[in-house]
Design a protein around this ligand. Structure first.
Ligand code: COA
Length: 181
């Protein structure tokens, strides 16, 4: 099991026991899934379990639960993957499922923690992330964590019944500093 800590958060590899109805409800909540691909299929405990199982079996993926209260309360997930080990690059995705914890800087803190893990502990050289055009919270979280805007895919997705673009962000190991932690 992998564990990480940051100033206020604790992260650990999820296990199948972490797949609760609360977790499934987060993913079915339109406010949470609005910019997530998971919105295209209904989630339940079994779909969450099988996602956790698949991630844990994949050598190109680290799926962490994000916890507060010294590891007692699960509030969301952050994933490093897919990783392309040949190129030392990987993608990051995350959600804070419990909306009571939005706007407290937890996403930025989680991105910084997993960035440090990717560069310092896994030896990766480059990280990437995509975010929907309207997802200003996500865009801002990555920028605050030191990512740069690398591109914009026009009208790539459909959400809320209309086509929408997607920002592409990246960070190189050379650019990474611990200032963001
Ligand atoms: C997007 C998300 C991860 C942001 O998490 P968060 O913990 O609330 O973000 P933070 O508190 O770290 O905020 C980071 C910055 O974004 C800003 N921000 C947060 N939500 C915002 C919003 N809806 N609109 C504009 N800015 C927003 C914050 O003010 C902060 O900027 P500041 O420090 O300059 O004030 C969270 O809302 C979420 O999980 N949403 C649902 C899933 C999702 O969209 N995941 C990302 C997929 S790419």
């Amino acid at each position: 099991m992998q564990e990480l800590t940051s100033k206020r958060l604790y992260f650990r590899t999820l296990t199948e026991e972490d797949a609760t109805s609360t977790y499934a409800d987060w993913l079915n909540n339109p406010a949470v899934n609005r910019f997530l691909e998971v919105r295209h299929s209904r989630q339940d405990i079994e779909t969450c379990r099988s996602f956790i199982r698949a991630c844990n079996a994949d050598p190109g993926c680290f799926l962490f639960g994000i916890f507060v209260d010294h590891g007692k309360t699960h509030i969301g997930n952050i994933k490093l993957g897919p990783i392309d080990w040949r190129y030392g690059s990987g993608q990051i995705g995350l959600f804070i499922g419990d909306q009571a914890y939005w706007g407290a800087g937890y996403a930025s803190e989680a991105i910084s923690a997993i960035t440090r893990f990717a560069f310092d502990e896994q030896g990766l050289s480059r990280l990437e992330a995509g975010c929907y055009e309207e997802n200003l919270g996500s865009l801002r979280s990555f920028l605050k964590s030191g990512f740069s805007l690398e591109g914009f895919f026009r009208k790539k997705f459909i959400t809320d019944g209309k086509r929408t673009g997607c920002f592409w962000l990246g960070i190189l190991k050379d650019e990474w500093t611990n200032d963001h932690l």
